[in-house]
Design a protein around this ligand. Structure first.
Ligand SMILES: Cc1cc2nc3c(=O)[nH]c(=O)nc-3n(C[C@H](O)[C@H](O)[C@H](O)COP(=O)(O)OP(=O)(O)OC[C@H]3O[C@@H](n4cnc5c(N)ncnc54)[C@H](O)[C@@H]3O)c2cc1C
Length: 397
């Protein structure tokens, strides 16, 4: 059995030997040493041990003065692509995609949402028709984060319109450099075009890029979505770090200039939020300890819901503390389409406050998270689903 101490020593040895490499190189070395995602199988970036030990790897790397956060570089690839490809991909898919996804050499995007199908993604309308060893895809996706610099994408399309909506989907790995893909930016209120709309016109995808079986795309997509919720659901950064630290620092800065009553009231608010952040952090660590390779349970939705709403509450407190200053922005309103490796258009606290409005939408809205929790964790009666057994082609558009 591999102990925590053995994982720590292995990480130290990898950092000692490869610490001179840049972040891409060091991530590659960690992958080869089984320290990328320790609960993955050996030879595929892991050691087949408890995911809880990932915290030991991260802490050891940080203690050595490096911060190689693969999730920040390739959030969709590492958070969702890796578990999906591992679970449903062939050995050839694993060999080709897992390592460059982890190092960040290949950025991935996720093409599920469509203009008329976001929460109800199973009802999507982009079609793929088989032509020999290829599939010909036509349709449109929307809100596709990072597509403009992604090398690969996870593509969910309809391959059979004669069966109920969940049964007629298939899931492909898409090379984003293929002909037949048009990517247009969509600007958010932050001024950033983090996401895109995508048009497919007679796009050809090799059959060998299929993940799972034809018609089994919903099961594969569920794995992606469950992992997305875990990935979005709270940070495992050290206690008091991250966003909550920004709030505490700001309060400490501002407190001396506040009146007595306001200082006491804001201190109570900051303390309450700090406690909530700590509870979320501990819950996330516990959820991580229980997670299995590939298919986390619906509990992932607890963290996603809680962290999205807490994030917004913390930003609201930050903006209140900043007062009128929070309304000041740099002159002009630059629209930026950030490229690989660049930060957000406006990384100020007020810019990040605007971005946080998306937290309760991206990765499934809070209402959908509550539905999942109600039905699958608490066992409450299900949402009304009138189209569940109807062939997709007969559902009124
Ligand atoms: C920043 C950002 C990045 C994104 N990135 C991606 C990406 O990379 N790839 C991708 O595929 N998608 C992406 N999305 C899209 C995201 O997944 C969808 O926006 C989300 O699933 C909601 O879908 P919708 O926008 O169509 O809203 P709708 O589904 O139209 O929902 C509208 C409202 O109705 C509510 N509602 C809908 N159905 C129910 C129900 N059954 N019960 C109760 N309330 C309900 C919703 O909660 C919401 O308030 C991104 C979104 C954002 C904001």
């Amino acid at each position: 059995m591999i102990t925590e101490e053995a994982v720590r020593q292995r990480t130290r040895a990898a950092v000692d030997e490869f610490g001179h490499l840049d972040d891409y190189g060091l991530r590659g070395a960690l992958f080869d040493a089984g320290l990328a995602l320790v609960h993955f199988p050996e030879g595929k970036g892991g050691l087949g041990v408890s995911p809880q030990l990932q915290t030991t790897v991260e802490a050891t790397i940080r203690a050595a003065g490096r911060d190689i956060n693969p999730f920040a570089v390739n959030p969709i690839g590492v958070g969702m692509g890796m578990p999906t490809v591992l679970t449903y991909g062939t050995e050839a898919h694993h060999a080709k995609h897992l390592r460059p996804m982890y190092t960040g050499e290949d950025i991935w995007c996720q093409m599920f949402s469509e203009p008329t199908h976001g929460s109800d993604v199973a009802g999507l309308a982009s079609r793929a028709v088989r032509d020999g060893d290829e599939w010909v895809v036509n349709g449109q996706k929307v809100w596709t984060s990072l597509a403009h610099y992604a090398s690969y994408g996870m593509l969910l399309v309809r391959t059979n319109a004669d069966v109920p909506k969940h049964k007629g989907l298939s899931y492909f790995i898409l090379d984003m450099r293929s002909p037949g893909i048009e990517i247009r930016p969509l600007f958010q209120m932050t001024g950033d075009a983090e996401f895109n709309e995508i048009f497919f016109t007679d796009l050809r995808v090799p059959h060998s890029n299929l993940l799972g079986e034809v018609g089994d795309g919903w099961r594969v997509a569920t794995t992606t979505l469950m992992n997305e919720r875990v990935a979005l659901g709270g940070s495992t950064a050290p206690r008091g770090a991250g966003l909550i630290k920004s709030l505490v620092d700001l309060w400490e800065q501002r407190a001396p200039s506040l009146g007595d009553t306001e200082r006491r009231a804001t201190r109570d608010r900051v303390s309450r939020l700090w406690i909530e952040a700590e509870i979320l952090r501990l819950t996330t660590l516990r959820a991580r300890a229980n997670s299995t390779v590939g298919n986390p349970g619906p509990e992932g939705s607890v963290g996603k819901l809680a962290s999205a709403e807490l994030n917004q509450r913390i930003y609201a407190a930050i903006i209140d503390l900043m007062g009128a200053e929070a309304m000041l922005h740099e002159p002009g309103y630059p629209l930026v389409r950030h490229e690989r490796g660049e930060g957000a258009a406006d990384a100020s606290l007020s810019g990040r406050f605007l971005r946080s409005r998306a937290n309760t939408i991206e990765g499934g809205t809070s209402e959908i998270m509550r539905n999942i929790l109600g039905e699958r964790v608490l066992g409450l009666p299900g949402d009304i689903r009138v189209d569940k057994a109807v062939p997709w082609k007969d559902i009124p558009g």
